[in-house]
Design a binder for this molecule. Structure first.
Ligand SMILES: Cc1cc2nc3c(=O)[nH]c(=O)nc-3n(C[C@H](O)[C@H](O)[C@H](O)COP(=O)(O)OP(=O)(O)OC[C@H]3O[C@@H](n4cnc5c(N)ncnc54)[C@H](O)[C@@H]3O)c2cc1C
Length: 466
């Protein structure tokens, strides 16, 4: 019998760890909700925790059709998994490799505890297209700039046999009900696994592997018949992007499956090829963010460009000056009086999502016009985004703020008014989220865009040559 410890791989298809386990015999699947005190890494924010709970529920149903139990527990996996192995008599354990260094170290400690108890332990790839440590410059170092990274990653992916074909769902069977019951009684639901309801997230999102497949199929259709990814992906009112980010975040579909399917479409349908390749290039930003996090595990709180350490950003955990907290709150709740920004922040609050173009605009307003530290934005997104992850969220916040790797230059300050004119020319997106625009109910802009831009540039002047 083999224990499959789920990480961000909540799927049956193209799941190398599950396939390895199924080939050995009976399988028990386990998910451990681990507190920060066990891993040293923050727990998922509210929206992502909701998604995770829903996705596990869906997976549990699919596994139960094969009589495979999914045991859910809360605690430290280094204690719980050896205990589960004892109760079930499992002889092996397996999981998908994690790339965030503190989590990889934690997994190594769990593996050591299981091996000490006599189990065989294996780890498998699957969360990324490329292993972060495998993508190296000619000198053997890490990449800091996306374009050369994407070129090298593309070469590795295209090396014959390197990526491989997606695996089909394995034939699964579980242990006898007595073992499954014993596992549930002893370890399952230990420490009170949180079950989450959120009516508005439920209205706008469908977690789970089946929904991920449906999204991918729909995206392939859009690539052939739709508005075009390359032209349309910057327009928040246009449904041109894949909408796969949270599915990829939780591994409900593998990046390999997405890559292979879209690349095959590009070969088959010449008229979709340009858009398909633009999408595949965008998908590599995900690997790049993980590559950077692998080399800088402190990316969620340390500026990647250290000269920004002396930048006068306002960072005020809880007890900061009231006027700044008030500014932050207006930004968070979509009451800045700047329509595109408010639309984005309200979309986020209601759906757990926000269009990429709008993420950049709201981020620029917070970190540049308002002069508030990017960490406040990152933490807010961490709580609110269904796709928030350890790599993409801090990476992109640092990109927007100008202090990150290959970042937008600090002096590139998005003007939310001209951005709206360009990317939401008919005001369709703004009208969807800010219906009271143009009435007395809508607030005046909370700041003068021109003056705040000048202030931001002057602040940058002071550090730019350091
Ligand atoms: C401030 C800020 C914070 C962000 N936080 C996150 C986050 O926590 N999680 C997250 O997945 N994305 C994050 N992004 C990136 C991007 O906004 C989302 O990946 C994208 O909007 C998801 O929509 P989609 O799946 O339709 O994207 P598509 O355009 O269809 O792209 C396909 C996939 O490529 C990946 N991808 C695309 N752009 C990026 C990028 N810039 N960085 C990393 N991966 C990318 C995603 O997995 C995405 O699903 C952030 C961007 C900004 C500006």
């Amino acid at each position: 019998m083999t224990l499959v410890w789920l990480h961000d791989d909540l799927r049956l298809a193209d799941n190398p760890a599950l396939t390895w386990a199924a080939a050995r015999g009976a399988v028990i699947v386990v998910h451990v909700d681990e507190p920060e005190s066990a891993t040293g890494v923050r727990e998922p924010g509210e929206a992502a925790a909701w998604w995770l709970d829903q996705s596990l529920g869906k997976l549990e149903q699919r596994l139960s059709a094969h009589r495979v139990p999914l045991i859910r527990a809360r605690g430290d996996a280094a204690t719980l998994l050896p205990r589960l192995a004892r109760v079930t008599g499992a002889g092996a354990a397996t999981w998908q490799h994690r790339h965030h260094v503190p989590l990889a170290k934690h997994d190594a400690a769990v593996a050591a505890a299981l091996r000490a108890a006599g189990l065989t332990v294996t780890e498998h790839p699957g969360h990324l297209l490329t292993e972060p440590a495998d993508v190296t410059t000619k000198q053997g170092g890490a990449y800091r700039v996306f374009t050369p990274f994407s070129r090298r990653a593309g070469e590795l992916i295209d090396t014959p046999g390197a990526l491989g074909a997606p695996l089909p769902e394995p034939a699964l069977h579980g242990p006898g009900t007595d073992i499954a019951d014993a596992a549930r009684r002893d370890v399952g639901n230990r420490g009170d696994v949180a079950r989450r309801r959120d009516v508005s997230l439920e209205r706008h999102n469908t977690p789970g592997e089946e929904a991920a497949r449906a999204r991918l199929a729909e995206f392939l259709r859009k690539l052939v018949e739709g508005p075009g990814y390359e032209k349309g992906h910057d327009f928040p009112a246009v449904d041109a992007t894949s909408g796969l980010s949270a599915h990829l975040r939780f591994g409900e579909v593998s990046p390999r499956e997405v890559w292979v399917t879209v690349a095959e479409l590009a070969d088959r349908e010449p008229k979709a090829a340009g858009d398909a390749h633009a999408f595949l290039r965008q998908l590599l930003w995900r690997d790049f963010a993980w590559h950077r996090l692998h080399h800088h595990p402190d990316m969620a709180w340390v500026n990647m460009r250290s000269r920004f350490d002396d930048f006068g950003w306002e960072y005020f955990p809880a007890d900061g000056p009231a006027e700044h907290r008030e500014d932050l709150e207006r930004w968070q709740t979509g009451r800045t009086g700047i329509p595109l920004v408010d639309a984005g922040m309200r979309e986020l609050a209601e759906t757990g999502r926000m269009h990429n173009r709008v993420r950049m605009v709201v981020g620029s307003l917070l970190t540049k016009n308002l002069g508030i530290h990017w960490r406040h934005g990152e933490e807010w997104f961490w709580q609110r985004l269904v796709d928030a992850d350890h790599a993409a969220n801090p990476f992109n916040w640092q990109w927007v703020a100008g202090c990150g790797d290959d970042a937008a230059p600090y002096f590139r300050i998005f003007n939310p008014v001209t951005q709206a004119e360009r990317f939401d020319p008919d005001g369709e997106y703004v009208a969807r989220w800010v219906p009271e625009l143009g009435t007395d109910a809508y607030p005046e802009p909370m700041l003068d865009l021109k003056a705040s831009r000048r202030r931001a540039l002057a602040a940058y002047e002071r550090i730019k040559d350091r």
